[in-house]
Each structure stands twice: as C-alpha cells, then as structure tokens.
Design a protein around this ligand. Structure first.
Ligand code: 6PG
Length: 472
C-alpha cells in the first residue's frame, strides 16, 4: 500500500517523528538528502516497521498516496526553500506540504503564498518537545488553511501528546499562526529557563548549595504547583556525575548559553507590535551577555564579585519557589498578551484557550499552570490580561511579596536576576495607575515638539518649554 504521509529530513527530530507515526499505525515514506542517512535508518530503527524509503525525491513522492502529505523536518532557513523548490515540480494538485521546522513566521507567510499559487496546500507547523517529544508525542502547532489541516488532522492527532484524552494539537489559525505560536512558546521557554537559572544562582553561588543539595529542592518544586517539564529536567541535571571527572556534570559545563534565535524573534516582534515582554527580553539579553566569558572574568577582578545571600538556605528555597511561580504567571501574562496582539495584527484568529490546552503536554514549557491558564480563557476568551483573572490575580497578589524579597536579596548580594526582576517590574508597572511616562512625554515635547495629551482635556497639545523656564 502507498504511504499515509511522507517525511523529509532524517535528523534526530525527523527520525523520531517517523517512528512515532509508524507506531501509531501509519505507513510513512521517508527521504533524506544524504542517502547514507536513509540507508542507516532503514537498516536499523526502521526495520520491521511500516516505513518505506525513497532514494530520490521522485521515488519518495511515488511512495505516497495522493493527495499526498509531505512533512518537512529540515533546519529552518535556506534548506526549507531548497527542498520546496525541488519538491513542488514533482507534486500534483492538492498535495500538501507541512513545514515542521522552527521557521520564522514571516517566511511561512510568503512560502505559503508561493506554494499555494501552484495549487498545492501549505501548513506551517511548530513542533515542540525535543527528541523525546517527537518520539512519544509532541505538542503540534499548525496554522494555514483549515481545509489543509482537515486533510491531516487524524494523523497529527494520533502523533501528538495526549492530555486528559485530548491531543495536544489543534488548528490554530490562518497564515503563519502555527509558527508564531511556536515562536512565542520558545520566548516563554527562554524566560522560564532564565528564571530557573537565577534561582540556581541564588542557591548555589549565593547560599553555597551544591548539586546534591539542589536536586531534591528542584524535585520538590516540580512536585508542587510549579510542576513542569523544565523543573523535572533541572532536578535530573543536578544528579548527573561527569563521566570524565569526579565532579557533577553541571559544574563542568561552560556558562555560555547559545541560541538558534527563536527567543530573539519573540522579543523582536514584540517590539514591533509594541507589546511588553520584559522577562523574555531579559532572558535573551542574558544569553547574549553570557558569551562574554573573558570580559566577565576581567570585570569580576576589577569591580568585585557578588556577596553571599544573607538568609537561611531553607527559607531562601521556599521564597524562591513562590517567586518563581509568580514570575512564571507574569511571563505567561506577557506571552499570551503578545499572542493576542499578534492575532489582531496578523488576523490569525487565535483562540488562547486552545493554545494553553495544546501546551499542557508534549512541549518544553508544559506545566501544571497551563490548565489554570486554559480555564481563565475558557471563562473569558477575550481576557485582555491574565492578571485580571480572579484566581491568577490572587495567586500573583499572594506570591508578590516573595518575589519582591527574592529580588531585594539578589540586588543586595549582587547576583543578577534580570528575569525575576523584570517580572516584578512588569507587575508593578502594570498595576500602576500612574507611571512617570508623563515626564518622558514632556521631554519629547520639550526637545522635539512631539506634543502630549492632557489628563483634564481632550486634544493634542504642545508647549513652548524654552520660553517658560522658571515661570510658575
Ligand atoms: C522545543 C524547543 C526546540 C529547540 C529550540 C532551542 O520546543 O522543542 O524549543 O524548538 O530546542 O530550537 O532553541 P535555542 O537553540 O534557541 O535555545
């Protein structure tokens, strides 16, 4: 029989997804540009499964049942265009291409237009969950035309992670909605990782706790309201010994974080849309700062190092748990508001409840909190800010003192905590009826005649500031 779906790209993600699809009862055609990779896969993991390989793209296309569905799992960027250009002449009317990579959403928009002109279907689909997710059930974030989704939904629903009997996939919206949602997922991922790293810095550098003491703390958090994939793996990381020395592996890893760019894209587009995402921005900046290792070393010598945190480690850890949870709600508040703004601007038609629902399982930011967020949007689909939800607002209100104390402790001991600090500042600013931005506006009007609005009258005003010096 011909294959239900074809997958191009047999890197780690691609191979795992193929195995996942085959396990779920589908026949899968595969193709990889380097044939050795295909042969290797076919003679090992694929053996005995409903997987067929094409050595050429033509052979691959012929393996698939028309109308064909082809899932691309290739690196974002030029490789996607190269595959599409080679593939489209071989496809027939109504065949469908799904880009499952981390493509920039704006690329997805023009690629979809280009492919659809050829009477082919196109979906841009974010896939989250890393290699393990791909193998056993990722969170899938597809966007494009609903008819295209309807053709493959039964396959995607089976491949995706399941939570409470529901698949972590849904049709998210039009155009590049899927890749946009995945991008913001990654922005939140950066922010959550950064804030976890800050709690680690305070406990480790600040309070002197080593990995063996940290592991149970993070395990404990991951079993409470902070229950999440990222905390589970953090606890596990602290348990691992370096095979090449007698240290813990985490202590042997260079403190410089790399990035492929999706977090940066989130901040970039948030700036473009004028949606505030300070925690995500701070997380991106910290990765950028971290790579200046030598310079940091020099500056520590010149300017002095951090001081120990002045607090009992047990009390610190309980404050951090609460601060991190509060910071996480505040981060989601920023990310979801960005999604709402993007949905208006790009006309995606996103349903935020559905976004939260499909993030509950499979993906890197999966966390208990997401069910709470889902309920908030179920109650009020057009909720303008998560902090307006009664229960989440109360949680933030009761967690804020811990967040405030943690930020003070960090500032006092000279340990950088830009993620937690930005979350707190976001909270304090968002709940300020009055901000000092009247002064910014006055300055703009002073030096550039940029005008201002008034608190007591409608209209647009300008003042001759230079001439009124000293006058009351
Ligand atoms: C996921 C991850 C995945 C990948 C990122 C890492 O959801 O499965 O986000 O997409 O791990 O590309 O991003 P950086 O390399 O930018 O940290």
């Amino acid at each position: 029989p011909k294959c239900d779906i074809g997958v191009i790209g047999l890197g780690n993600m691609g191979r795992n997804l193929v195995l996942n699809l085959a396990d779920k009862g589908f026949t899968v055609g595969v193709y990889n540009r380097t044939t050795e990779k295909t042969d290797e896969f076919m003679s090992h993991e694929a053996g005995g499964r409903s997987i067929q390989a094409g050595r050429t793209l033509r052979e691959f296309v012929d393996l698939l049942e028309p109308p064909r569905s082809v899932l691309l799992i290739v690196s974002a960027g030029k490789a996607v265009d190269a595959v599409i250009d080679e593939l489209t002449p071989l496809l027939g009317e109504s065949d469908l291409i799904i880009d499952g990579g981390n493509s920039h959403f704006s690329d997805t928009d023009w690629r979809a237009a280009k492919v659809e002109k050829l009477d082919l279907g196109y979906l841009g689909m974010g896939i989250s969950g890393g290699e393990e997710g791909a193998r056993h059930g990722p969170s899938l974030m597809p966007g494009g035309h609903k008819q295209a989704y309807d053709r493959v939904h039964y396959i995607l629903e089976k491949a995706a992670a399941q939570v409470d009997g529901e698949p972590c996939v849904t049709f998210l919206g039009s155009g590049s909605a899927g890749h946009y949602v995945k991008m913001v997922h990654n922005g939140i991922e950066y922010a959550f990782m950064e804030m976890i790293a800050e709690t680690y810095d305070l406990l480790h550098r600040g309070a002197g706790l080593g990995p063996e003491q940290l592991a149970p703390i993070y395990r404990g958090w991951s079993q409470g309201e902070l229950g999440s994939y990222l905390l589970e793996i953090t606890a596990r990381i602290f348990e691992v010994k370096d095979p090449q020395s007698d240290h813990f592996l985490v202590d042997m890893i260079l403190d410089q974080a790399k990035q492929k760019g999706t977090g940066k894209w989130t901040s970039q587009d948030a700036m473009e849309l004028q949606e505030p995402t300070p925690t995500i921005d701070g997380a991106v900046s910290m990765r950028n700062l971290s790579v200046h290792g030598q310079l940091r070393q020099q500056l520590e010598e010149r300017l002095g190092r951090s001081e120990p945190v002045q607090i009992e480690p047990e009390r610190l850890s309980s404050l951090l748990e609460s601060a991190l949870y509060t910071g996480l709600i505040l981060t989601f508040s920023q990310g979801m508001a960005l999604l709402a703004g993007a949905s208006r601007k790009y006309e995606y038609g996103l349903k935020l409840e559905e976004v939260c629902r499909i993030w509950r399982g499979g993906c890197i930011i999966r966390a208990k909190l997401l069910e709470r967020l889902r309920l908030a949007y179920q109650d009020r689909p057009d909720l303008p800010c998560l902090l307006l939800d009664h229960e989440l607002g109360e949680q933030v209100r009761s967690g804020a003192p811990a967040l405030r104390e943690v930020v003070s402790l960090a500032a006092a001991s000279g340990i950088p905590a830009p993620g937690l600090m930005a979350s707190l500042a976001y909270l304090d600013a968002m709940r300020s009826e009055h901000l000092p931005t009247n002064l910014v506006q006055a300055q703009r009007d002073f030096f550039g005649g940029h005008t201002f609005e008034r608190v007591d009258r409608e209209g647009v005003f300008h003042h001759q500031w230079q001439q009124s010096r000293g006058s009351v």
